[in-house]
Design a protein around this ligand. Structure first.
Ligand SMILES: Cc1cc2nc3c(=O)[nH]c(=O)nc-3n(C[C@H](O)[C@H](O)[C@H](O)COP(=O)(O)O)c2cc1C
Ligand SMILES: [Mn+2]
Length: 473
């Protein structure tokens, strides 16, 4: 029986099979959209994970996807109950000791090795997403880079467009850790070694999505969650560390100066990205497991596996980081598009005693590392569940007046990825930041709120919960 902590993608696949959460697709599938369309349908229906066994044009390969498309499966991968998952995880992270990864001599990821001249990335079954993202992108590539000054290794998932047998593009954003670290190599005019992992255990995938503070090694977080160290091996051509059981490891270097056109990509905003000049990864070595399983992570117009797992891990980091400054914040929910609509709940009693608390929260949200994509924030009281869209819209309906409950900070740093940014006339990279105060307003404006929420009495609601099955539902 496979159980948490899962040691490899294969261990995770066995577990999903045991839980009845895996489809083994034996039909032929086409990389030019069919694989992506299957993932899209899985995301829209909260469907199971899938292994495709027959990839047209790529005999012998299997593709895995959608292991973490539902919160339930993410909770299994994190070894935590699905109930109150964000608050529990944020609390857990606060208390955790570092458990550093342990270096082992050899691992299954080194069963097959290809060095310069032998490397051919075109042989990987890389799936296309939309009709225009050509050439295709490796979407579930977990990138590792080391800070040349402090030795800190950062792990973060990214997309890599195929540019040749041994070349990939990398969307290095300046506010992300890969960008912050790569800037140090540019300053020194030195190439930056990177290691890209495809197909690892599910927790490694989840921690690679955490916008953790600077100098935090996401592999330490893996150890902290599980209580045991992540087993890693050293790369063949650089000193980066990667999980020993990885399916594929791509080792390479990013030239500090070279840039080539990237795009279009099926972006998380739901639109194709434009063309941009971006850094290039020159691949020097690829190592693999035998009978390798390629992992694809679908991302395009919401929702997708990338959105569901990304939202969860961003919620956890946002909550943890905001609470350090404003402990009155109780929960955080990303409602759409990587935080472009985010809800935050605040301690209702504390808010009454501390005028201005909502604005303090608003400013804090945009100050922490975890919020680069946060654009519109809805603040609610903590008697409302911010993860429940019906409750959020209800609060906006009956507790919010646009004339006085909106705070707009114009010309805030943006992301360049939001297609509405150029509308401001200042080019991409500049955005409005907007806060909607949807909390109950203090006396003398609380007349109706004091009368209470209209619903059946609590004892009957409890009774119905208990008897639900007995009624025959
Ligand atoms: C499929 C997928 C692709 C992604 N591609 C990129 C990317 O190319 N560049 C980027 O900066 N972030 C990308 N992200 C988001 C980052 O992984 C995420 O913001 C992470 O927290 C960044 O790591 P860091 O906090 O260590 O910088 C992607 C996320 C997913 C799920
Ligand atoms: Mn990081």
């Amino acid at each position: 029986m496979s159980q948490f902590p899962f040691k490899s993608l294969r261990d995770w696949i066995d577990f999903l099979k045991e839980r009845g959460q895996l489809v083994e697709n034996k039909e032929d599938v086409d990389l030019r959209g069919e694989v992506a369309a299957i993932s899209r349908k899985i995301a829209l229906t909260n469907g199971p994970a899938v292994v495709h066994h027959r990839i047209k044009g790529y005999p012998g390969w299997r593709i895995f996807s959608d292991g973490l498309t539902t919160r339930q499966r993410s909770a299994w991968a994190l070894g935590i109950s699905e109930d109150r998952i964000v608050t529990n995880l944020a609390d857990k992270l606060k208390r955790l000791d570092k458990v550093k990864p342990v270096i082992v001599k050899d691992g299954p990821c080194k069963e097959l090795m290809y060095f310069a001249g032998q490397v051919d990335l075109v042989k990987l079954p890389i799936a296309f997403t939309g009709e225009y993202d050509t050439p295709p992108f490796i979407t579930a590539g977990i990138s590792n880079i080391r800070d040349p000054e402090t030795g800190w290794q950062n792990t973060g998932i990214r997309r890599f467009q195929l540019k040749g047998k041994d070349r990939l593009n990398n969307l290095v954003l300046p506010f992300q850790h890969e960008g912050i670290i790569f800037a140090k190599y540019i300053k020194k005019n030195k190439p930056a070694p990177v290691a890209i992992v495809i197909g690892a255990d599910p927790l490694y995938n989840l921690v690679s999505l955490m916008p953790a503070p600077d100098q935090v090694d996401e592999m330490d977080t893996w150890g902290a969650f599980t209580g045991i160290p992540l087993e890693v091996v050293r790369c063949e051509t650089n000193d980066l560390l990667v999980p020993a059981t990885s399916e594929i490891v791509i080792e390479g270097e990013m030239d500090p100066k070279e840039r080539v056109l990237e795009g279009p990509f099926s972006e998380f905003t739901g639109f194709y990205s434009g063309l941009r000049m971006l850094p290039v990864v020159h691949v020097m070595c690829v190592t693999m497991r035998k009978d390798c399983i390629y992992q694809n992570m679908y991302m395009a117009v919401p929702t997708s596996e990338a959105h569901t797992m990304g939202h969860l891990m961003n919620e956890v980091e946002l909550l943890r980081q905001i609470k350090e400054f404003v402990p009155e914040v109780k929960d955080v929910a990303i409602l759409s598009s990587w935080g472009m609509v985010t809800a935050v709940s605040v301690d209702k009693k504390a808010k009454v005693k501390k005028p201005g608390l909502v604005n303090k929260i608003a400013l804090t949200v945009k100050t922490v590392k975890a919020s680069p994509f946060v654009k519109n924030v809805i603040v609610v009281d903590d008697d409302v569940d911010p993860h429940n869209v019906h409750e959020i819209l209800w609060c906006m309906s009956v507790k919010f007046q646009g004339q006085k409950d909106i705070l707009v900070i114009p010309d805030f740093p943006g992301t360049i990825l939001d297609p509405s940014e150029p509308y401001l006339g200042k080019g991409p990279g500049v955005t409005s930041y907007t806060v909607f105060d949807c909390t109950e307003k203090p006396p003398p404006y609380d007349e109706a709120y004091k009368r209470g929420v209209a619903q059946p009495r609590e004892n009957y609601r409890k009774l119905v919960e208990e008897k639900w099955g007995i009624y025959g539902f």
